[in-house]
Design a protein around this ligand. Sequence first.
Ligand SMILES: NC(=O)c1ccc[n+]([C@@H]2O[C@H](COP(=O)([O-])OP(=O)(O)OC[C@H]3O[C@@H](n4cnc5c(N)ncnc54)[C@H](O)[C@@H]3O)[C@@H](O)[C@H]2O)c1
Length: 247
Amino acid sequence: MRLKDKVAIVTGAGSGMGAVIAETYAREGAKVAVLDIDESAARKVADGIGESAIAIRCDVAKKADIAAAIAATRKAFGKLDILVNNAGISHVNKTVMDIDEAEFDRVFAVNVKGVFLFSQAAVPEFRGNGGGVIVNIGSTAGLRPRPGLSAYNATKGAVHNLTRTLAVELAPDRIRVCAIAPVATETPLLPTFLGNAEGQREKFIATVPLGRLALPKDIANVALFLASDEAEFVTGNIVEVDGGRCV
Ligand SMILES: NC(=O)c1ccc[n+]([C@@H]2O[C@H](COP(=O)([O-])OP(=O)(O)OC[C@H]3O[C@@H](n4cnc5c(N)ncnc54)[C@H](O)[C@@H]3O)[C@@H](O)[C@H]2O)c1
């Protein structure tokens, strides 16, 4: 049990890698608040986990939703040790000229403002506890950007920089802040990244030295290590989980 007696919030945990991170944390002894803008998806994941999980509807782009989710987590489990800022959206693969202002604003509101506001709201909880851990889900898109995802790629660059900034700023409070940069991962979001062109998936896989796409469990296993006390001297890292693609 690597997270025994810890309390975690995982945002966007109604689907994809967030769901598997929540399940992994619970399996390792944590109590988990499963947050999603889609309440029924969050409930399904929390019900699957059982007694050690609660489901909370939360739009991470809304400060009031974040405050309510933290209060509900504290009420249910008494404290907060770990925050996983996983909720994220993208736009379909298209040129910079085709991304309109509303689309740009929404992707930044969820992927960047959401991470900023949630981290900000968690700090007082962590300070009250003598420390804490934030794990942000960034992307290889923020390290090795490819064409067609300009707004999304920019959000992930911002997430990485915010991660490193908070790591140094919050270290005196014993709050560690790391990010994971997954390569294309087998989740419902994947088709947005790959586009619809024939053979695109195989072409992409051919660029990954380990020869496959990421699975949600690859990300969850790293999120488990980063949140655990085994990583007590690890902060400010952007950990690529990409089968070697960014080398
Ligand atoms: N799938 C990939 O290829 C890939 C690669 C690198 C990084 N990522 C990142 O991983 C994270 C998880 O993505 P995924 O692939 O599991 O996608 P997903 O679509 O399966 O899951 C994302 C979840 O976030 C929720 N969500 C969306 N907007 C929200 C909001 N405003 N507030 C709260 N919840 C919200 C969705 O309802 C969904 O349940 C994202 O940050 C994404 O950018 C994904």
